[in-house]
Design a protein around this ligand. Sequence first.
Ligand code: ADP
Length: 477
Amino acid sequence: MAHMIIDGKPCQAISGHTLEVRSPVDGKVFDHIPRSDARDIDLAVRAARAALNGAWGQLSATERGRLMLKLSQLVMTHAEALALLEAKDTGKPMTTARNDMVVLSRYFEFYGGAADKVHGEVIPFLNGYQVNLLREPLVVTAHIIPWNYPAQMMGRSIAPALAMGNAVVVKPAEDACLSCLRIAELALEAGFPAGALNIVSGIGEEAGAALANHPDINFISFTGSNEVGVLIQQAAAKHAVKCTLELGGKSPHLVFEDANLELAATTVVRGIIQNTGQTCTAGSRLLVQQSIHDRFVALVAEKFKQVRVGTPEMNLDCGPVVNPTQQQRVNRFIEQAKASGLPVLAQGQIDPGVPADGYYVMPTFFGAVPADHPLAHQEVFGPVLAAMPFQDEAHAIALANGTDYGLLAAVWTENGGRQQRVAKALKCGQVFVNSFGAGGGVELPFGGVKRSGHGREKGFLALEEMSTTKTVVHFHG
Ligand code: ADP
């Protein structure tokens, strides 16, 4: 039975209630987690506040950084066990789970190293004045984590917060949080003072809502669905606290006729099947210039047919999706697309040896998707790729920007001028040119525009998001 960590101590929910943990691999219950409610959340927030007034608040930036570097090393020491836990909990192939732990470790390394390298400024002002801009923690930060990359997302969200001296309360997703609970344990082992990092498991509407609505938090970092993102922003508004929202995406590849088609085709397939399509930045739309459309789409289809789905141990391209709701959602999209007459250009293969009760879905590539079809503008969050042709640069940009989302895009062309023009015209938070970087890139500021959310994570910008400034004006005559 897994446990939470509040105020440096392992604990169960005050109510004693628990939730079953099922593996998507075979649908079987293999563990239980505490089901916390508002009382547990309150304890965690109080512990965080106390830590800031105690041992955690007294550490220098260098000392905080050293603890984070220690945690980074501990993650690598325990990487294989963490990856096995993550794979069992989420269903992802072992290679993906192992890579997730490398990225998790990297978050603590990057932000641990940065902890004492962020400093204030001196601002020129009127004669007789000295103005200092101090950079300070936001104080108690709340982190609501999704289930697709539990360990990575926890690292991404809390590492910059801890680096800036905040005390954190984490609410991981009820569908997959065992690695997160384990990371909190490792943080204690690394020597983080009690209350610096608290973690509470439970249901979104109960524990998550209690955390987001708690009057004594100073910031909310949320990654998840658009519907819940709106609730988080409303909760933040009630107490006038800041939030960052990383919501969905419908990220396009724009493939022009002069592109390196072989490289583009391989990358396009990888970009949609990564984590079985359960990635906010999944490259789910394939926009192809008319002159090469049929040739390129055939190349992608050929590669797509090789995609194989299996258990984490089989270590194929995709695992199952996280839960039955997600499985039904993906299958509904596929059935609706077929029913509306969209051509299936390719499908992957589900290994015949997968357990019958696991949550497996068929990777599917659809062609000739009209811009107003749900598959062209709604997020599936599964391994479903939608291709559509474009005439010229202006048409490609219009299609690419034609959804409510704006998270990431990739431009494939050898023409340098076009690379610059298109990158500037795209309305999204990240653009990759002749490459595609869903996932990694700890150093690269990341976040959305439009309905994909706001605020920036990763890179040095996350340190700014997770801190505030104070302008100190001295008159010295
Ligand atoms: P999905 O629909 O993909 O499961 P969610 O947005 O529901 O994604 O979940 C992302 C995170 O938000 C999870 O940790 C979940 O527990 C949490 N969550 C869900 N509902 C709420 C809510 N009403 N208030 C706060 N957190 C929530």
